[in-house]
Ligand binder design. Sequence first.
Ligand SMILES: *[C@@H]1O[C@H](CO)[C@@H](O)[C@H](O)[C@H]1NC(C)=O
Ligand SMILES: *[C@@H]1O[C@H](CO)[C@@H](O)[C@H](O)[C@H]1NC(C)=O
Ligand SMILES: *[C@@H]1O[C@H](CO)[C@@H](O)[C@H](O)[C@H]1NC(C)=O
Ligand SMILES: *[C@@H]1O[C@H](CO)[C@@H](O)[C@H](O)[C@H]1NC(C)=O
Ligand SMILES: *[C@@H]1O[C@H](CO)[C@@H](O)[C@H](O)[C@H]1NC(C)=O
Ligand SMILES: *[C@@H]1O[C@H](CO)[C@@H](O)[C@H](O)[C@H]1NC(C)=O
Length: 587
Amino acid sequence: MQLLALLVALPVIAAQSDYAESLLIKPLPRNKALASFLFDTLLSLFPLTYTNSSSSGDHAILSVAKHYLTFPKSIEPIVASTNTRQLHLRFTQGWWDTESWGRLPHNGSHTGGTGVELSAVIEAGSLEEARASWLKLALSLSGFFCALLNFVEDSLTTFPRHDVSEMGAEFVTSANNSLFLMRAALPEEPICTENLTPFLKLLPTRGKAGLGSLLDGHKLYDSLWHSMSIDLITECDSERCSLKLSQNIDHIIDITRLLRKHRLGNILKPLSGDQLRCDLDKKYDDWTCFPLTDETVFEWDFQKIFGRTIKGACFQDDNSSSLIQLDLNNTSWSATVEKSKGDSVHIHDAGLVERLEGTYQYNVNLRTSDSRVVNDIEKPPIEVSRSLTGYSQDKGGIRVNLKNPSKEESVRIVYFETLPWYMRAYLYTLKKSGGGHIEAQFYKPAIDRKRPGHLELVIEIPPASDFTFTYQFDKSLLRYAEYPPDANHGFAIAPAIVKVLDTQDSTVYQMRTTTLLLTLPTPDFSMPYNVIILTCTVMALAFGTIFNLLTKKVVTEEEFEAISKESKVAQIKARISSTILALKGRK
Ligand SMILES: *[C@@H]1O[C@H](CO)[C@@H](O)[C@H](O)[C@H]1NC(C)=O
Ligand SMILES: *[C@@H]1O[C@H](CO)[C@@H](O)[C@H](O)[C@H]1NC(C)=O
Ligand SMILES: *[C@@H]1O[C@H](CO)[C@@H](O)[C@H](O)[C@H]1NC(C)=O
Ligand SMILES: *[C@@H]1O[C@H](CO)[C@@H](O)[C@H](O)[C@H]1NC(C)=O
Ligand SMILES: *[C@@H]1O[C@H](CO)[C@@H](O)[C@H](O)[C@H]1NC(C)=O
Ligand SMILES: *[C@@H]1O[C@H](CO)[C@@H](O)[C@H](O)[C@H]1NC(C)=O
């Protein structure tokens, strides 16, 4: 009845959809390139509803779904049934080389730390309800994205403090509900092709046309660094809301390696002697070769690097666009675009922005005479390194070094870190050194198996200076069953997040540190095995001896001969030999 009432109350409005996709190609030093895909889908004008999770699970928002044109239907029930107002999901793998590649794409706003990161803003009447919705959300997404998000639980979940101010205070909630921002990270989760397929399914083109048709898991994940993100944001005015879905894939292509693979196949064989590029100024003969650095003159195209070409524009209407941006200004690179349809092929010099249209097949060809000439990389506003210190079995430390490379401006940052409960940090051991000071600090200690440790620091660092802080922690002993199968490999500790703030306290740049690998005191899992082996050997030896003693009789040789004469075998033998003798006699 409730649902019916809601349905009647809804004014029937056509939801307006917009879709835009773009691909940015940017050459980087040492024959690398950044490829950055961005897919934006907008669903606007629908009334916001709140699903009371205690009552039955129908959600009225589905009635609007009929008007969806480009917005994915599959994600909507998940979001509606958990009252999720914002959803941020990140899959990242690899190491971003700041020195060679500069700033993160999009100023880091779409990039997560190694592994999987999930954060969401959930509307709920109480904290318990929010937690229940959060776990339900993680479970649904786990199935949806084939990721182990079902491991998200209370002992991994934090409530970040600083981000709350960026959550959108103007957001209107129904009734007297509150918004809860929750976050969890799984640094050990591997990323592979099965995570890409659901990502493509969310696109209105399903990856069959437009820029999505360029994405092939095998090529995409064969890169030095890659990051895939999904951001869903609800924006509301007084009564209507819009859902904005941004999907983003960034990856760093190693052009030389992919071209070599393209030439020689997937199995990399060593080059034969006459194909080696040797430095002829140095000693050079049949046995000696000083290799030259990578080639600097070469060309590549989308077919070779992505394994595919682009199958036309995403849609043929005015509300959607497919763009290729080539960041080639001032570099030695130049590009041509090959447009083909059936037998007709049209090639033209690429501008800095290419708009895709119609059902043409697009292939972009890039060539250079000296790949070392690229645009200067943009320096990030902060450099961070985090490491483990200490070598004892049950104690350790963390050392974080923050560096402000700018010569003129000071930088204000928020340092966010979450520590698993088995790292018991002691904040009184916090030691600071170098320029800069901690403006504010927030620490929530962990509770064993219930809650992770949560540290947030606001730090100001003056121009051209370093700030270092260290603190100590104790390592806990886990229960036997809590160790992973490869316990001696160590435990991945989620990356820390560093956000650079502007004067209005909003984030202008963010980055993650690398994961840490923590070794915990690990019991010798081979011990029980050794004990079992040893016991079994002793048992077998003892059993064999005793069994022999019990079942066998000791006799002398004479006794044996006497017995054997009377034995049945001897009688049969004697009978046979007498028969033979008798036969011989008859002859
Ligand atoms: C395209 O956009 C215009 C105005 O922005 C809107 O009136 C129209 O309904 C949109 N078309 C579609 C198919 O969404
Ligand atoms: C949700 O439903 C339960 C039981 O139906 C009710 O007690 C509670 O007040 C409802 N909460 C809201 C926010 O409507
Ligand atoms: C990144 O930040 C810089 C400086 O704050 C700004 O100039 C630039 O436009 C930003 N880039 C993006 C993609 O937002
Ligand atoms: C919200 O809470 C206030 C007091 O806490 C109460 O008077 C009001 O009725 C509540 N509104 C709704 C819609 O539940
Ligand atoms: C590209 O560089 C030229 C000069 O080298 C400049 O005139 C032009 O404005 C630049 N275009 C863009 C889009 O930066
Ligand atoms: C290209 O070089 C010109 C002059 O050196 C400079 O003004 C311009 O900003 C550069 N463009 C890019 C995209 O770096």
